[in-house]
Each structure stands twice: as structure tokens, then as C-alpha cells.
Design a protein around this ligand. Sequence first.
Ligand code: SAM
Ligand code: SF4
Length: 333
Amino acid sequence: MFDHFGREVSYLRVSVTDRCDFRCQYCMAENMDFLPRTDLLSLEELDRVCSLFVRLGVSKLRITGGEPLVRRNIMWLFTRLARHLESGNLKELTLTTNASQLARFAADLHACGVRRVNVSLDSLDPRKFSQITRGGNFEQVLEGITAAQREGLQVKINMVALKGVNEDEIDTMLSWCGDMGFDMTMIEVMPMGDVGSEHTEQYLPLSLVRARLAECWTLTNVDYKSGGPARYVKVGETGRRLGFIAPLTHNFCESCNRVRLTCTGQLYTCLGREDSADLRAPLREDDSKDGSYAALESAITGAIARKPEGHDFVVNRRDTESTLDRHMSVTGG
Ligand code: SAM
Ligand code: SF4
């Protein structure tokens, strides 16, 4: 599938739930109103829509949320999607998780063909971890990460840079990732959803993080590209890759290869824009007829053709209007 600007869309991220067992400060408010379960796509509908994306040319599928591993019976979906890995039509099936439930699921995920997993971890200090996640259990997360490693899943750590919160731990995290054999990606706070505190207060530009790291570590630019917003360096002392996802300070849109499906079936062709296409209605409409996917297919290809050229993010003290209404947990980070 190609968009209007000639970019090939080959990567789909799917949020399977807006719920989560954590309440990370930058992602959710303390008291979240979650969507009624009836608004969510069923697992069977998720399988159907993902499978159509694969047929249309998507070769990489990332399951996310919310916390994907708290969705009831989620392994059913992974097991179903595994058939596209077996057929060779899908090159990678993966997930982003907070790892709280990973100890339970690591072996099954590996059995379904999952080989890599992104784990979000913003602190190695159990107290601070609990503070950032508003109640997350650090030990449980560590057990999840250990289980993933034991089962042969390659782990990448995502760390959100938070001003005055974990900025003093970035060195430690980089060193720990080196010891564990993990690549790491730093993420800049994005202005998404009402989280009960100002994103501007949490915003720490990654240009500053990188400059500080360069004082103690040997960082060499590498050409590796994932088709997304990350830019990578090699860390000389650890031999691991370090990514920087800085949508607010870099423009990455010209090579963007991805689209996102929310847990309610809205397709966002750009993370930083409000316009979306509803896939739930055509999905259900097709279902009620003869099992052909004509309406769904035309909704998908039409939306991709309209994929915008670039995003609109702004974090500016005077421009609070620009915060996107939706939370990352609904859209899928
Ligand atoms: N619960 C899973 C997790 O935390 O890995 C998957 C969903 S979470 C929404 C996906 C990623 O989005 C996480 O790495 C998280 O740190 C990031 N994220 C959430 N809200 C964000 C925000 N406002 N700005 C930047 N990153 C955010
Ligand atoms: Fe949950 Fe992930 Fe959001 Fe944290 S970042 S609240 S773990 S969905």
C-alpha cells in the first residue's frame, strides 16, 4: 500500500485495550475513565482486520495498548496471528509492554513466533518506578524481563525522558542495558491526552539528553532506520544501539511507514494528527454479508491514500491548545 506521497505503508500498530495496570504520569491521569468494553473491537474482529492489513501488504505488526497483556485472552490473538508468520506473509509479530505480566506470557509469546519485545522502563529505582507508574511493582517487571530473556525474546528498553524525574538516571539505565545486552530507546514526552499534569513540565529535549550523554559515552551515528521517528547511535563502551525518539525536535515524516489502529477500530495514519478513519463500521458491515471484505478494504486503502505529509506536535507553554485529545493508551504508542 502506498500513500499519496509515495511512502509504502508496511507497519501496523494495534492497540488492543485502553486499560492498564499502571498509571504512568505522562500517559494517563490518576483516575482514568476507561472505554466501555462494548466499544472495543473483539479479539475475533482484531484478527480479521489485522489479517486484511497483512493481505494488503503489512509485514510488521506490533500489538500495544494500554497494556496489551492485561486484555483477557490476548494469547488467542497472538496464536491466530502466528499463522501469517508461518505463511511468510508477516515478517514480524511483536509487542510493546510494561512487562508486569511478561513472566506469565513470555514462553507462549515465543511459541507464537514473537522474537522481540519492547519494554517500557523509566527507572531502575523501585521507589521512583512506583512513583512514575503510580503504583507499578518494579520487582514484578524485572521478573518479566528476566523471563523474556530466558525464553529467547530479544528485549529493547524504552525510557521516557522526564525533566526533574529520571533525568539523573539515564546514565545508569544506559549502563544497565549494556550489561543486560539490551538496546535502548529514549523517548521525548509527547503532548497526548489530559494526564493531570502539564506535559510542558515533564518535557526534556532529547537534544540536551544526547549532549549530556556524549560527555561520558562514545556515541557514533549509525545509519540504521526503522521507518519511524527514532534516530540511532552506537554506544562505543557497550556495543549496543541507543535510539532517540524526538518527534518534537526532529522531522521524521518523510520516511514514515506506519499506521495505527485504536482499540475501537479508528485508523490513525499519523500519530500527531486528529483525523482518523472508522474501520469498525465497515468491519461489522462486511461481517453481516458474505464474508467479503470490500467495504473494509476500501476504508483502509482510502485512509492510507490520505495519509498526511507530516505531524503537528507542539509543546509550547503558550500553546496548550495543541495537545491532542486522545491518550497514547487508546491510540497505541
Ligand atoms: N503499556 C505498554 C508500555 O508501556 O510499554 C504499551 C503502551 S504505551 C502507551 C507505549 C509507549 O508509549 C511506552 O513506551 C510509553 O512510555 C509511551 N508513552 C505513553 N505516553 C507517552 C507520552 N505522552 N509521550 C511519550 N511517550 C509516551
Ligand atoms: Fe500503561 Fe504503558 Fe501508559 Fe504506562 S505507558 S500507563 S504502562 S499504557
